[in-house]
Design a binder for this molecule. Structure first.
Ligand code: U53
Length: 389
C-alpha cells in the first residue's frame, strides 16, 4: 500500500521493522525555532485557516456540528461519534493548552467550517523517558471535501504550530493502519441495554435465546458491591494522583499525570467523565479507582432510536479491590446512569475482566502511534497505559 504522505514523515517506516540497528527514541532532532516555517501552509485558494476558540459557545457549536455530521463512523455505517460540546471543551482545554492548536478550515465564500484538526499538550512517559508531546485528535474533513488531499496539509500545519512551541513528538490513534503502529488494540463491548443493541442491529439474539433470557443474562445489581465505593471529589485529587502515578508506572507508555492533570482529566464532570474510588471504611485510605467517559454516537438510519449512550473505560487502578469487582461496580453505576453499552480497549489489565464481565469483542481495531519517536518493537496492548479520547 502506498502511504505517499506518511513515507515523507519521521515515523517508523514499514521497511524499518526488525532493523535493530535503529535506536529507540526520537527519529529527528529538534529544529532551531528560527528554521521552523513561520507562515501557515497554503490551502487551496477557496479555503482559509481559522483558529477555533473552543471556549466560545458559538465556535464550539460549529465544531460540534461539523463533527456530528462528518466525523468517524464504524465500518458498517451504523454509528457516528457524536462528541458533546461539553466533552469537546474538556478534551481540548486541559491545563496549558494552546488555542492556536485548535485549527479549522473555512470556506472563504460561505465562511462555513469544513475541516478541523486539534492538538493538546501532554507529558507522556515512554519507558523511563518523560517526553513533552502533543496528542493529535479530531481530524475531520467534511464528507463533500474528501479525497482533496486536505488531511496532509492539515497535519503539516498542526505539526508546524506544535514545532513553534518546541514540541517534537506526538501521540495519535486511528482506525486505519498507517506507518507504523506502536500497538493495535481491540474494542470490547458490554451490553447494558441489550434490547436496544439488538433493535439497532448491533447485537443479535443468541441461538436458542429469547429476548427476556438475553435481558436477564446482562442484568446487573442496582448498586455497587464494594464497601467504600464512592464518587471522586476535589479533596481526593492528591491521593488519586499518587495512586494513579504508581499504577501507571508499570506500563511502557503512559501519561505522566500531576495533580493539575488529575484535577482536569479525572474529576467527575457531568455528561463527560465519571470517576469513582474505594475509600476503606476502616482506615479511610483510598485504595482503588475507576473511571469512564461519556461518548454518545448517532445511530444512522434507524427509525426508533437516534442516539447510542456509550460509556468508555478510561483509567482504572486496582490495588486492594480485585479489578473484576471494581469494573463490575463501574458497570453497575453506568447502567444506573442509563448507558446502553460500556466499551473498553484491551489495554492495561483490561483483558483480565473482559470475558468474565460479559464483554464481547468488537470488529473494529484501534491503532496507536507515536510521531518522531521509534520503539524497537511493537508493544502488546497490555503494555499501553494511555487512553486517547
Ligand atoms: C455498541 C458498540 O459500538 C459502539 O459503541 C460504537 C459506537 N459508535 C461508534 C462510532 C464510530 C466508530 O468508528 C470506528 C465506532 C463506533 C462504535 S464501535 C468502536 C468504538 C468502541 N468501543
Amino acid at each position: 500500500k502506498t502511504h505517499k504522505f506518511w513515507e515523507t514523515q519521521p515515523v517508523g517506516q514499514f521497511k524499518d521493522i526488525g532493523d535493530s540497528s535503529l535506536p529507540e527514541g526520537p527519529i529527528e532532532s529538534p529544529t532551531p525555532l528560527s528554521e521552523v516555517k513561520q507562515e501557515p501552509y497554503n490551502l487551496p485558494t477557496q479555503y482559509e485557516w481559522t483558529n477555533c476558540d473552543m471556549e466560545s459557545e458559538e465556535t464550539c457549536n460549529k465544531v460540534y456540528n461539523l463533527l456530528k455530521d462528518n466525523y468517524v463512523e464504524d465500518d458498517e455505517n451504523m454509528f457516528r461519534f457524536n462528541y458533546s460540546q461539553e466533552f469537546l471543551r474538556w478534551a481540548l482545554c486541559p491545563p496549558g493548552y494552546y488555542p492556536s492548536w485548535h485549527i479549522g478550515v473555512r470556506a472563504k465564500a460561505s465562511q462555513k467550517l469544513v475541516a478541523f484538526i486539534t492538538g493538546v499538550p501532554a507529558r507522556i512517559r515512554v519507558r523511563d523517558a518523560v517526553v513533552k508531546m502533543v496528542e493529535i485528535n479530531f481530524l475531520c474533513v467534511h464528507k463533500k471535501l474528501r479525497s482533496k488531499r486536505l488531511a496532509p496539509v492539515m497535519i503539516k500545519e498542526v505539526t508546524r504550530r506544535v514545532h513553534l512551541e518546541n514540541i517534537w513528538q506526538a501521540a495519535y490513534t486511528a482506525g486505519v493502519v498507517l506507518p507504523t503502529p506502536i500497538t493495535t488494540c481491540q474494542y470490547w463491548h458490554r451490553s447494558l441495554n441489550p434490547k436496544k443493541l439488538i433493535d439497532v442491529g448491533f447485537s443479535r439474539l443468541g441461538a436458542r435465546m429469547t429476548m427476556s433470557r438475553t435481558i436477564k443474562l446482562y442484568k446487573l445489581p442496582d448498586s455497587p458491591s464494594t464497601p467504600g465505593f464512592r464518587k471522586m471529589e476535589l479533596r481526593d485529587v492528591p491521593a488519586v494522583t499518587r495512586l494513579l502515578r504508581n499504577y501507571l508506572s508499570q506500563f511502557v507508555v503512559a501519561p505522566d499525570f500531576d495533580e493539575n492533570d488529575v484535577e482536569h482529566w479525572l474529576l467527575p464532570t457531568e455528561n463527560v467523565v465519571d470517576s469513582y474510588l474505594v475509600e476503606s471504611p476502616e482506615t479511610h485510605e483510598i485504595t482503588d479507582f475507576c473511571s469512564f467517559y461519556t461518548l454518545p454516537s448517532s445511530i444512522l438510519g434507524n427509525q426508533n432510536y437516534l442516539t447510542l449512550k456509550a460509556a468508555y473505560s478510561y483509567y482504572n487502578v486496582s490495588v486492594k479491590t480485585p479489578l473484576l469487582q471494581l469494573m463490575n461496580d463501574a458497570l453497575i453505576v453506568a447502567k444506573q446512569k442509563d448507558f446502553d453499552v460500556f466499551n473498553a480497549l484491551d489495554v492495561m489489565h483490561n483483558e483480565s475482566f473482559l470475558k468474565e464481565l460479559k464483554f464481547g469483542p468488537g470488529d473494529g481495531q484501534l491503532h496507536c502511534y507515536l510521531y518522531n519517536y521509534r520503539l524497537q518493537h511493537a508493544l502488546r496492548p497490555s503494555e499501553l497505559g494511555l487512553v486517547l479520547l
